[in-house]
Design a protein around this ligand. Structure first.
Ligand SMILES: *[C@@H]1O[C@H](CO)[C@@H](O)[C@H](O)[C@H]1NC(C)=O
Ligand SMILES: *[C@@H]1O[C@H](CO)[C@@H](O)[C@H](O)[C@H]1NC(C)=O
Ligand SMILES: *[C@@H]1O[C@H](CO)[C@@H](O)[C@H](O)[C@H]1NC(C)=O
Ligand SMILES: *[C@@H]1O[C@H](CO)[C@@H](O)[C@H](O)[C@H]1NC(C)=O
Ligand SMILES: *[C@@H]1O[C@H](CO)[C@@H](O)[C@H](O)[C@H]1NC(C)=O
Ligand SMILES: *[C@@H]1O[C@H](CO)[C@@H](O)[C@H](O)[C@H]1NC(C)=O
Ligand SMILES: *[C@@H]1O[C@H](CO)[C@@H](O)[C@H](O)[C@H]1NC(C)=O
Ligand SMILES: *[C@@H]1O[C@H](CO)[C@@H](O)[C@H](O)[C@H]1NC(C)=O
Ligand SMILES: *[C@@H]1O[C@H](CO)[C@@H](O)[C@H](O)[C@H]1NC(C)=O
Ligand SMILES: *[C@@H]1O[C@H](CO)[C@@H](O)[C@H](O)[C@H]1NC(C)=O
Ligand SMILES: *[C@@H]1O[C@H](CO)[C@@H](O)[C@H](O)[C@H]1NC(C)=O
Length: 681
């Protein structure tokens, strides 16, 4: 009793105190907000006219005098134009309207607010160019990223806004050069111009701005070379996806605090400079997709902080550097797409920090010895060796153990032999890709007892025998699970796609739960129990010799997007229940011996004749028309029908490559040749 009463009193008191703090809205400001509200096409949550005191409304902050000092309406999904009237809020300090659907030109008077400290209009649809004159003397944080602004960057930002600390203009259509007036940004700590069309050189004075710690210029049209001669405070520098050319100058000693340096996808060539190879500060070094050459000679006694090394897709030569294990912080290495030769060095035996290793598209040899060495790495979780070995025997050494391994990717190496027994010990494995090799024998039943397996690709081998029933018992494929992404904290970068939308790329691996056994010589049935694998996004069994019926249980795979059973010997009817599969976008049962009527409705109304052709006994309402006579159809007589089907154009085979190809490309640089996909004709 007493406790309850106490609580009630306390909360009442708190309530009245806060009510007292909330002063009554200034009538002029109240008018402005009402105008703003009327200007929106949508209602503003928490802005009812029930309280006439606008200081009580959600996201509105007032000072003691009842003047509006803050407006924070992010993620309210407002639609409309920003009215000029907001600029009559003469005490406004914070304006946060990020992630709405605000559109149109931004009234230039927004850039004249004398007291504004925080302006966040990010992720809207504002367009037009910025005013030539900016007068925001109090501004500290200005974020207008992810809009459709165009034209040059206003030079005024740092002239009249001397206290600005954070300036984010990324993901717009700004062009022209970085204005020389930015030299006045004495307080600037973070400048982001990502994903614009900014051209010219990177002015050296940016590196000297006394407070600047983070400079992000990725995905622009910047050119020239990097230059710097005086010590810089920068901690984070990203100039990726530009046209920076020539050597990387030997200037990294002028960046004693630089921990993150990314310059991927430029036109850099030559060798890595001494000061970079000896940087004590750098922890992430990302230089992928350039033309850098020479051998990779990091000085690990100096690079004590190096954690993330991505030098993929360059022209480095020589062996995989054997000194990398002495970079004692190094966890992630991607050296794929270089002309590296030899085998994994013996020294990697003691590489205890190593978590992620990708050496795709190198010219390595001795897979057996290499795995023998790597299996000693206690923390190795990801191993990607696509197309890096050639025509070797799949190591069958039973003592291989990779206790921590979650991802094992060794496709396109023409590996011979059988699926090895040592895979049994990889109990943490989530992704297994041994596709496009020359593996023979049958799929061992133990694959079905890999507790965490979510992605299995054994396609394009010479596997035979019956699909082990145990595959239908894979535990993690039997529960819905949205964590398709491996929990690797890799940098993310953005690019604008063809359609103007921003795409976010990540180095993390993102594979949809998949079972791909296509292009083999598998026989026997498609088990009814495949219907248990409700977490599957793709089931690909095409180009095998599977027989029996299509189990109706597949209708339980409610999130499946790709189901390809084409080019087998399946008979019977297509289960009508499959029309329930609402996510199904790629479907084929072509070239089997199916009969009956093609179900209609649902996603089935979107599939073309190529999904069904090559089944003499199959016809449908919309494709492979069942002839004129309904009665004839019901008694399933197809003699006449067979004649008519011959006249159908024979469409090209069903070439499903990859989904999420963009992300895959980053991880496994390999090109799929669609012609090869039909290797079994
Ligand atoms: C409203 O604005 C007018 C004109 O700027 C001014 O004269 C008046 O004092 C203001 N009223 C309040 C309550 O601030
Ligand atoms: C604006 O609000 C969003 C969502 O609450 C938040 O993420 C963002 O950091 C805010 N912007 C500023 C500058 O505080
Ligand atoms: C600075 O503010 C003044 C006063 O509003 C304005 O006249 C001038 O154009 C502004 N300067 C720049 C470079 O925007
Ligand atoms: C690097 O950072 C330290 C503090 O972390 C600071 O004292 C030092 O001035 C910085 N170095 C340079 C060149 O700015
Ligand atoms: C590689 O860099 C070039 C420019 O040098 C760019 O056009 C291309 O998109 C980049 N490739 C990837 C996969 O990022
Ligand atoms: C590697 O770095 C260490 C420590 O900074 C230094 O003493 C040594 O001279 C460097 N080695 C080379 C070959 O530069
Ligand atoms: C790759 O390196 C080997 C030896 O290091 C060399 O013989 C070969 O020409 C190089 N290939 C390419 C394409 O650079
Ligand atoms: C290996 O991983 C364990 C636990 O995941 C961690 O405690 C240990 O520090 C890691 N070893 C190294 C050398 O990073
Ligand atoms: C393969 O590597 C192992 C381990 O380093 C080594 O013992 C063996 O001699 C190598 N084999 C060949 C053919 O190079
Ligand atoms: C599929 O779901 C139905 C009920 O919707 C159930 O009767 C059937 O046993 C399920 N089949 C499988 C293989 O899970
Ligand atoms: C197709 O199935 C029918 C029976 O439904 C059978 O008579 C015929 O031989 C099969 N054709 C092929 C090519 O397997």
């Amino acid at each position: 009793m007493n406790v309850l009463w106490l609580c009630a009193t306390v909360s009442l008191t708190v309530f009245s105190v806060s009510a007292q703090l909330n002063s009554y809205c200034n009538s002029n400001d109240s008018m402005v907000l009402k105008h703003f509200m009327d200007g929106m096409d949508t209602a503003i949550d928490g802005w009812t006219s029930s309280s006439s005191n606008c200081c009580d409304w959600d996201g509105v902050t007032c000072n003691f005098a009842g003047k509006v000092t803050g407006l924070e309406l992010s993620k309210k999904k407002l639609v409309g134009n920003l009215l000029d009237s907001l600029t009559n809020l003469d005490q406004l300090r914070t304006l946060n309207l990020s992630r709405n659907l605000l559109k149109g030109d931004l009234p230039s008077s927004i850039f004249q607010l004398q007291y504004l400290q925080v302006l966040d209009l990010s992720a809207n649809e504002f367009s037009g160019s910025l005013p030539a004159s900016v007068n925001l003397p109090s501004i500290q944080l200005l974020d207008i990223s992810d809009n459709n602004f165009e034209g040059p960057i206003s030079p005024g930002f740092c002239i009249n806004s001397t206290g600005i600390m954070v300036l984010k203009l990324g993901v717009n259509y700004f062009n022209g050069e970085i204005p020389p007036e930015f030299e006045n940004c004495r307080s600037l700590e973070h400048l982001c111009l990502d994903a614009n069309f900014v051209s010219g050189i990177i002015p050296e004075y940016l590196f000297r701005l006394p407070r600047l710690l983070k400079l992000s210029l990725q995905d622009n049209a910047l050119s020239g070379q990097l230059h710097n001669s005086n010590p810089s405070n920068l901690v984070y520098l990203d100039v990726s996806l530009n046209y920076i050319s020539g050597n990387l100058p030997d200037l990294f000693h002028t960046f004693p605090n630089l921990t993150y340096f990314a310059a991927h996808s430029n036109n850099l060539d030559g060798k890595m400079p001494f000061s970079l190879l000896n940087s004590r500060s750098i922890s992430s070094l990302i230089l992928r997709n350039n033309s850098l050459s020479g051998s990779i000679d990091l000085n690990c006694s100096a690079m004590i902080n190096l954690l993330f090394l991505d030098l993929a897709d360059n022209k480095f030569t020589g062996f995989v550097p054997s000194n990398l294990p002495s970079c004692t912080s190094l966890k992630t290495i991607d050296l794929g797409g270089n002309n590296l030769t030899g085998q994994i060095p013996e020294s990697f035996k003691s590489f205890s920090s190593l978590c992620y290793l990708s050496l795709s598209m190198c010219k390595l040899n001795n897979l057996s010895g290499s795995l023998q060495i790597l299996h000693n790495c206690p923390n190795l979780t990801t191993l990607v060796l696509s197309r890096s070995f050639d025509s070797e025997e799949m190591p069958s050494n039973a003592n291989l153990e990779f206790k921590m391994l979650k991802t094992l990717v060794i496709p396109e190496c023409k590996l011979k032999g059988m699926i090895p027994v040592w895979l049994k010990g990889l109990t943490k494995l989530r992704i297994l890709d041994l596709s496009w090799n020359e593996l023979t024998g049958s799929i061992p039943p133990f694959i079905g007892s890999l507790q965490s397996l979510l992605y299995l690709d054994l396609s394009n081998n010479y596997l035979n025998g019956v699909i082990p029933k145990s595959l239908t018992q894979l535990p993690d494929l039997q529960v819905y699970d949205n964590t398709l992404e491996l929990p690797l904290e890799f940098p993310i970068f953005m690019r604008r796609g063809m359609d103007g939308k921003v795409l976010r790329y990540s180095y993390g691996i993102r594979f949809p739960p998949t079972l791909d056994l296509s292009n083999n010589f598998l026989t026997g049935p498609i088990w009814f129990e495949f219907g248990n694998l409700i977490n599957l996004h793709a089931l690909n069994l095409k180009y095998n010799e599977l027989s029996g019926v299509i189990p109706s249980s597949l209708a339980n795979l409610t999130i499946i997007e790709t189901l390809d059973l084409s080019h087998n010997d399946l008979s019977g009817e297509i289960p009508v229940s499959l029309v329930k599969l609402g996510m199904l976008s790629k479907f084929s049962v072509a070239y089997n011996n199916l009969t009956g009527i093609i179900p209609s409705g649902g996603q089935f109304s979107t599939f073309l004749v190529s999904s069904f052709e090559g089944n003499p006994g199959l016809c449908g309402e919309f494709v492979l028309s069942c002839l004129k006579n309904q009665e004839q159809l019901q008694i399933q007589e197809f003699e006449n029908f067979e004649d008519s089907i011959i006249s159908w154009p024979v469409l090209a085979g069903f070439g499903i490559g990859f989904f999420f190809a963009v992300i895959l490309l980053l991880v496994l640089p390999r090109t799929r040749n669609t012609q090869n996909m039909d290797k079994l004709e």
